[in-house]
Write a protein that binds this ligand. Sequence first.
Ligand code: KG4
Ligand code: ZN
Length: 344
Amino acid sequence: MLVLGIESSCDETAAAVVRDGREILSSVVHSQVREHAAFGGVVPEIAARNHLMWLPPLVREALARAKISHGDLACIAVTRGPGLIGALLTGVQFAKGLSLAWNCPLVGVNHLEGHLAAARLEHPDIEPPFIGLVVSGGHTSLYRAREWGEYDLLGSTRDDAAGEAFDKVAKVCGLGYPGGAVVDRLARQGDPARVKFRRPMPGKDNLEFSFSGLKTAVITRIGEMGGVPAGDELNHLLAGFQDAAAGALVKKTLAAARITGLKTAVVSGGVACNSRLRELMLAGADKSGVRVIFPSPALCADNAAMIAAAGSIAFERGRRDTLSMAAAARLPLEYRPAAGSGLA
Ligand code: KG4
Ligand code: ZN
């Protein structure tokens, strides 16, 4: 079963072909980072225009690299939300056009489920139930996956997403946009014990996150230091920030595993590339007997292979969407209320 995945929810345009929901035959991504960098953030209109330009060549390239033709496809899986509406619409309309022209079934995919399904591409044995943590520039949410397609939201951020905090700290420090990866690289050269920040914990007995206070604490500390420090001082500051942010994510994820009794966790999304998060999570999980799966960095960041993986699962379960399927800027992953779970 060959599935074409299409992703255009934010500033990455991507197409991929996946076989049987697990094997990547091709995966191509065009990042628009350079187009948006000058504006210090993603400009929705520019994103939509770029998707329009890149979708046709990327889909052609994905099919060519997979050495297949469109007649071999079982279905077309496309991100239908959440994300920037203009960006989503270009991908959804393009996928509908292909579906009609090629007489090929269409499956709409939730981008967040895509991030979790990415785990299956390298760990084919991964099946629910598991704890899922999606940490990206737009989301920080902890789920219990009961089944593919059935999720309980255990907690999410009350303010900034984790990636947003990394990007804002990077911006304040003059490290460009998006700065998460740069913060990570510099922090690795620093000592997290030199400039300490409190791990942001909004309440003890819940699974929620908060990152805006930590970001403000970093800005305040920079003020106390008389401005953005340079060299090792900056590295220590970033190491302290990164340690606190990663620590909070680890603590809540392992608490979710403990409360639910689940022994597997999937951590995905752009921030899951973070080296300190990986280090602390794997160490903590080892101690608590939890198996944590981090997709490799290229599959944690936005890509279309994860959309094809999630689309394959839905297609196998009989899901078919029509040409009236709408893109949705807001699209919660939790379809079912957590009735009787005691966690809601
Ligand atoms: O999943 P993603 O590619 O796009 C969204 O759906 O948001 O995530 C992008 C986010 C950005 O905020 C970026 O700064 C952050 O992931 N990021 C990182 C690292 N690599 C990317 N944050 C911390 N450490 C990293 N190594
Ligand atoms: Zn994403």
